[in-house]
Design a protein around this ligand. Structure first.
Ligand code: G3P
Ligand code: MG
Length: 241
């Protein structure tokens, strides 16, 4: 049930480049990664961009919600200086730009639907619709929001979905059924061996984020985890076993 590579670069290039930028994707690609995770958010004018926080201030200077931003405003923003001066001027990419880069380089995408609160269904619908023209198998959607996943399912049933959770909830089967999810994406440190066995026995894919220690990655693979998402792309490489 897991057709993706076993190691994904978190937010594009992990902690080696500013998250959710084309520079991060170039970094992941340069390290040989054939799969990446990044966060996709819908801003005020309906454009889908790569962004983790729904408020400006941490990775992009400014104040206020991304719900109030237009692409014109974000196009002039600097998503690199917070990380280091070497990345000054790095723009906030659109999802379309990121997908184009990944397709050209043969990199599978885990596009995490990251809605501004209150836009769960609209964001899920928009991200899934944007994936309908991508080659089959090139993208796996995921979200912490079942509402977003349900909307994605309605918009594009054929684009695969994963349910993101922190600790695995007691009703994970019901949530996955609602979302039509093929995989569970669980948080490192919170997944038990028993839960991993139950997820695999039920026929689902199982990915764990964010795993930065090789010993932890090995232990997770040993209990049946299919893939890990890492910030330390320099330590847990694309061909890690
Ligand atoms: O998709 C895995 C992981 O990215 C979820 O957490 O906060 O890093 O987006 P976060
Ligand atoms: Mg994410």
């Amino acid at each position: 049930m897991w057709n993706f590579p076993r190691v994904l670069a978190h937010r594009g290039g992990g902690t080696l480049a500013p998250e959710n930028t084309l520079a991060a994707l170039r970094c992941g690609n340069a390290h040989g990664f054939r799969a990446v995770e990044f966060d996709v958010m819908m801003i005020g004018d309906g454009t889908l961009v790569l962004m983790h926080d729904n408020e400006l201030g941490r990775t992009v200077q400014g104040e206020g919600s991304l719900a109030g931003c237009t692409l014109g405003q974000l196009a002039a923003a600097d998503a690199g200086s917070w990380f280091s001066e070497a990345f000054a001027g790095e723009p906030v990419p659109t999802f379309a730009q990121a997908a184009d880069f990944c397709l050209r380089h043969g990199i599978a995408m885990n596009a995490e639907i990251k809605p501004v609160p209150g836009t769960e269904a609209a964001t899920g619908q928009a991200v899934a619709a944007a994936c309908t023209n991508l080659p089959p198998g090139s993208v796996l959607l995921s979200s912490f929001s079942v509402e977003a996943l349900v909307a994605a399912r309605e918009a594009a049933p054929g684009v695969p979905r994963g349910l993101l959770v922190g600790a695995v909830p007691d009703d994970w089967r019901e949530q996955m059924r609602q979302a039509g999810a093929l995989a569970l994406h669980a948080r490192a440190g919170l997944l038990t061996a028993g839960q991993a066995a139950a997820v695999k026995a039920a026929g689902f894919g199982l990915m764990v984020y964010t795993v930065n220690q090789p010993a932890e990655a090995r232990a997770l693979f040993a209990i049946g985890v299919d893939a890990v998402c890492t910030d330390r792309i320099d330590v847990i490489g694309a061909d890690f076993r």
